[in-house]
Ligand binder design. Sequence first.
Ligand SMILES: Cc1cc2nc3c(=O)[nH]c(=O)nc-3n(C[C@H](O)[C@H](O)[C@H](O)COP(=O)(O)OP(=O)(O)OC[C@H]3O[C@@H](n4cnc5c(N)ncnc54)[C@H](O)[C@@H]3O)c2cc1C
Length: 435
Amino acid sequence: MFSPEVTVVGGGLAGCEAAWQLARRGIKVALVEQKPARMSPAHTTPLLAELVCSNSLRSDSPDSPAGLLKAELRRAGSLIVACADETRVPAGDALAVDRQSFSRAVTVALALDPNVRIERRPLDRIPDGPVIVAGGPLISGGLGRELRALAGDRFYFYDAIAPIVEADSIDWDRAFFGSRYDKGSVEGDYVNCPLTKSEYRAFVSAVREGKKVLPHAFEEPRYFEGCLPIEVMAERGDDVLAFGPMKPVGLDTHAYAVVQLRAENRWGSSYNLVGFQTRLTYPEQKRIFALVPALKNAEWLRFGSIHRNSYVEAWRLLGSALELKRRPEVQLAGQLTGVEGYIESTAMGLIAALFCHARLTGRALEPPPATTGFGALYRHLLRPRQPGEAFQPTNINFGLLPPLDGRAKKRERRALHAERAAAAFAPWLSAVAAA
Ligand SMILES: Cc1cc2nc3c(=O)[nH]c(=O)nc-3n(C[C@H](O)[C@H](O)[C@H](O)COP(=O)(O)OP(=O)(O)OC[C@H]3O[C@@H](n4cnc5c(N)ncnc54)[C@H](O)[C@@H]3O)c2cc1C
């Protein structure tokens, strides 16, 4: 008789990866997937590991952040990336797949695995025993409600993400440090990018006219008043932004408006634009934010976005094995943990499975090193936040990695990041394999 030791809920990218990683370590897994009985508004096929939108797993170039993460996933024996490699279609340096063949390959691999039993049914409560919940951004029914009850007001249904800029690309001659009313450190915790009245007016017009990403049919554009997209504020009146996130008051400046930046990491190598959540398309963000003089030549590590998403505030709710502190036998995986994107969710399925295996076998597992893609995402989730610092989901980007020693040109920096990550990843993976 098949008696599962672990239940994985959700046969998406993270759940499939987690089930596979456990199974190849000899753990028996019940993988519970609600499709086809219940479909989320974005899923359309009965196959596991469905790619709900783009068929691209992004760049495969080893010195890009997504390439670095995929290289680590390959080394760790990822089922998702192996199936993507097998079903790849031409897409320049991106790893794009034939989506049907890809999902079929994952489904078949798991269906044929003697350590995996696929159960097709929606779950409306978290089962007992060791469980990995990987219900994804559109987690359904009672399961989502139970998770919400456990997470309280630390469970979110929408992302409102502000863009992140690389510190080196800010024009520091046109920006100044300072906190409103001198609150914070002596130097000031914010970087302020001033605009004259005419620059501000041009900026507001561009935001109004800029091309926006339309919400999906299942997304109701209901916003919190305290967290409005900049385009909604721009539409409400000429000076709404200047009295909102762009207000210059309390700062030592004659500027008409300022864009405030706050450090994204403790090294100050990247900054987010405070209050700049937006539905502007990525090319439009690049074009329009360049109207801010200090950001004219900005290099963007992440653009802003707003979309439906379920995730928890990981650093408050989860322990080091990605387990719910209030119910330690329940781990989370995938996008629910607070990462964004196909490969990031896959990585968080893989890491959850490694911790699950370590716990079941009574062994200790070191977290992945901070200089690796795995480690950078893991630390983004679990790093304690400063008062007032918001937790926002992230995809993999170099701003999450500790800065390199010494100065190097951008292209060289990327290669150095990749080299440093690979050097740290190999011994960690050997230690995982030996455990
Ligand atoms: C509309 C939309 C577009 C997106 N576009 C992109 C994109 O272009 N590129 C990109 O990288 N990322 C994109 N994402 C994000 C991407 O989908 C996720 O990062 C990724 O799929 C998350 O993996 P996951 O395993 O956590 O969740 P999923 O892949 O969503 O898997 C979750 C699984 O759990 C199942 N499930 C949910 N609730 C239950 C339940 N109660 N009982 C049993 N099973 C359940 C679901 O049916 C699903 O199969 C998009 C997301 C959405 C919603």
